[in-house]
Structure formats: structure tokens, C-alpha cells
Design a protein around this ligand. Structure first.
Ligand code: HEM
Ligand code: HEM
Length: 126
């Protein structure tokens, strides 16, 4: 289930990233290019690939590490993206929140990596 949810959420990030990309293209203002890049790459690409891993490897999906990764990614990334947007728009006090959000995302992806090494195997045939 976690895999499916991560794929669904990643598609929402994809739509938000695409809308921002299109808005930048239309306006000719590329200030938020980094936000667009990481919404697309951490939100859509990375989250969907990790989601597929949980679909492919049920043993990874059943581990508590999967829930830890999923929550970490989905708490850290919105914090990282919102604060990066504020920072880019001139609110320099948002810097600490970017650090906090991105550290949570990084830690969650370390948990994902550990899970893949520990449980990344296909279930034996029934
Ligand atoms: C409707 C689709 C998209 C549009 C209209 C769009 C538009 C843009 C625009 C206008 C920029 C800024 C370019 C600049 O600063 O010169 C940009 C940068 C970028 N986009 Fe997109 N984008 C789209 C989809 C995607 C997708 C699907 C991804 C990744 C999965 C992506 C990844 C990136 C990255 C990584 C950058 C930063 C590139 C750099 O700084 O060198 N974009 N995009
Ligand atoms: C915790 C995770 C991450 C952090 C903290 C991070 C941080 C950064 C920073 C500080 C920059 C330079 C931004 C600038 O010069 O304006 C950058 C650029 C970039 N990052 Fe990341 N990154 C992360 C994850 C990723 C991932 C997973 C990908 C690809 C799958 C990626 C792809 C890129 C690309 C293509 C650029 C150049 C485009 C741009 O300037 O916005 N990053 N990243």
C-alpha cells in the first residue's frame, strides 16, 4: 500500500512541478527554477522510483523502515520546498527550515537505502 500511496503522491508533485515549470516558461521569470527542479526530481522522480521499489519488493514494503521513509520524505519535502520558495523570494530567515527539511529528506532516503539492502528480495513463489 505504501508503494501505491507514494506513486499517487509523486504524481501530485509532478503536476505541481509541471504547472510551476509552465508558469516560469510563460512568464520568462526563472527565479523559482530550483523549486521546480526539486519538486520534479525529489517529489516526482525520486518518490515514484522509491514507490516502485515498494511495489516490486513486498519485503521492503512490509518493513517499518518503509513507513519511516514515507513519512520522512513527505514531511521533509514540503518543508524544504515551502522554505526554499520563501528564501528565494527574499525571506532569508527561511534558511534554517531549508536545512531542516532537506536533512529530513536525506535521512528518510538513507532509511530507504538501508531497507533495500536489508529486505530487497522478491518473495519466494507460493
Ligand atoms: C511542462 C513541463 C515542464 C516545463 C514547462 C518546464 C520548464 C522549465 C523551465 C522554464 C526551467 C528554467 C530554465 C532556466 O532556468 O533556464 C526548468 C528548469 C528545470 N526543469 Fe523543468 N519543466 C518541465 C518539466 C520538467 C520535469 C518533468 C523535470 C524533471 C523530472 C524537470 C526538471 C527541471 C530541472 C532539473 C531544471 C533545472 C535545470 C537547471 O537549472 O539547469 N522539468 N524547467
Ligand atoms: C536532500 C536532497 C537535496 C538537496 C538538499 C539538494 C540541494 C541542491 C542545491 C543546494 C542545489 C543548488 C541550487 C542552486 O544553485 O540554486 C541543487 C541543484 C540541483 N539538484 Fe539538488 N538537492 C537534493 C536532491 C536532489 C536530487 C534527488 C536530484 C536529482 C534526482 C537533484 C538534482 C539537482 C539538479 C539537477 C540541480 C541543478 C538545478 C538547479 O540549479 O536547481 N537534487 N540541489
Amino acid at each position: 500500500m505504501i508503494g501505491i500511496w507514494m506513486l499517487r503522491i509523486s504524481a501530485v508533485y509532478m503536476v505541481i512541478g509541471l504547472v510551476l515549470g509552465l508558469a516560469m516558461g510563460i512568464s520568462g521569470d526563472f527565479l523559482l527554477s530550483s523549486v521546480h527542479a526539486h519538486l520534479s526530481l525529489l517529489g516526482w522522480t525520486t518518490m515514484s522510483i522509491t514507490g516502485f521499489v515498494y511495489v516490486l519488493f513486498p519485503a521492503c514494503c512490509r518493513s517499518r523502515l518503509a513507513a519511516l521513509h514515507c513519512w520522512g520524505h513527505n514531511i521533509g519535502l514540503p518543508v524544504m520546498m515551502a522554505s526554499l520558495t520563501l528564501y528565494t523570494l527574499g525571506h532569508k530567515s527561511a534558511e534554517k527550515a531549508i536545512g531542516a527539511g532537506s536533512t529530513i529528506v536525506l535521512l528518510s532516503l538513507l532509511v530507504f537505502t538501508a531497507n533495500l539492502f536489508l529486505n530487497g528480495r522478491t518473495d519466494p513463489p507460493q
